[in-house]
Design a protein around this ligand. Structure first.
Ligand SMILES: [Zn+2]
Ligand SMILES: [Zn+2]
Length: 342
């Protein structure tokens, strides 16, 4: 099968073609696994973190990609959850131990043996991939393959972040950074919390315009002060400045949720500007979001189908995965980037 593989860690500043187009053997599904013929795979900021080593693959070569949509073409001897030809999705969570306290409580995202698709096991930048059937999801019919793919990570983790803010209808929500995940959060918030005002902080005017088009009541630059205090704020940026600036905009008792697997160190010194009375005093909270649990993906897919919530997307051929990654890195973003795979 054809695949785009990562052979070693590298800096994207020096290497604009980190992935190599290669022929790999067709994977064979294990006992309770299914073989999926991939048709679409979303391109996520986490891939940049994997390539540059902030969350490195556990082995090489690795096939990246954890927003996978395709059809079941073969089943392991004990796999019976899906029929041949069923359309399924695979997200960031590839497997977990199933035995620990966290797994039992539906928090398998925090399991010590959590394995990520496209980092600890081969992902969707390829024509085929395998997955334990318990970690695959049926895709509601309303979605095109390319629409469903970004929902599996950006959407599901966005759903989890929104859940972790603890927001109630009518409270103000801020979004700092306006990529794939944030634009989906904006849409689901408008549906679930119709009286909530949404305030977006983004560096580029294009992103701010896009946010206003989608219904943000206000959109400004990262350093700007929002016209109202925010009860909750979700940060999806890879850097620190939006966190520090965001805390200033937070209401008393407000909560900032950081939805980023790793932060880059480029502007770490910004943290020294943290001024306790301005940024943290009066019971402001900071919480991170780690991975996703299956419940997040499942609930979110149902919610997205009901709204219906269809992400804006831009398609690339599998062979052009490097271009998609570089454009993502350079923040040439309007909606989600998706590889179309034949
Ligand atoms: Zn992702
Ligand atoms: Zn576990």
């Amino acid at each position: 099968m054809n695949a785009m593989v990562l052979n070693e860690l590298c800096s994207l500043q020096e290497n604009r073609r980190p992935l190599e187009f290669r022929e790999l053997p067709l994977p064979v599904p294990g006992k309770r696994e299914i073989l999926v013929k991939v048709s679409a795979c979303g391109v996520c900021h986490t891939e940049l973190d994997e390539i540059e080593g902030r969350t490195p693959p556990t082995r090489f070569p690795m096939v990246l990609g954890h927003q996978v949509v395709g059809r079941v073409v073969e089943k392991g001897p004990q796999a019976d959850a899906f029929e041949m030809g069923d359309r399924v999705g695979i997200g960031w969570i590839h497997s977990a131990c199933g035995k620990c306290r966290f797994c039992h409580e539906g928090q398998e995202n925090l399991c010590d043996h959590f394995e990520a698709t496209g980092r600890d096991a081969p992902g969707g930048y390829a024509q085929y991939t395998t997955i334990l059937e318990d970690f695959a999801y049926g895709i509601p019919e309303v979605f095109l393959d390319a629409e469903a793919a970004p929902l599996l990570c950006a959407g599901a983790i966005g759903y989890r972040s929104l859940r972790l803010t603890g927001i109630r209808d009518g409270q103000n929500l801020g979004l700092t950074g306006f990529g794939a995940s944030a634009h989906l959060v904006l849409k689901m918030t408008r549906y679930k919390y119709p009286n909530t005002g949404i305030f977006v902080f983004a560096r580029s005017e294009k992103e701010r315009e896009f946010a206003r088009e989608l219904g943000a009541v206000w959109a400004g630059n990262t350093e700007e002060e929002a016209p109202e205090k925010l009860d909750c704020l979700i940060d999806t940026t890879p850097v620190w400045k939006p966190v520090v600036e965001g805390l200033k905009n937070l209401q008393k008792g407000g909560r900032l949720v950081i939805n980023a697997i790793r932060k880059e160190n480029l502007d770490k010194e910004t943290l020294l500007e943290l001024d306790y009375p301005v940024h943290l005093w009066l019971e402001k909270e900071i919480k991170s979001v780690a991975n996703v649990a299956r419940r997040d993906v499942q609930e979110f897919l149902e919610l997205a189908a009901t709204i219906p919530l269809k992400p804006e997307f831009q398609e690339y051929a599998l062979e052009d995965a490097n271009e998609a990654l570089i454009e993502l890195r350079e923040r040439k973003i309007r909606g989600a980037k998706v590889l179309r795979i034949h």
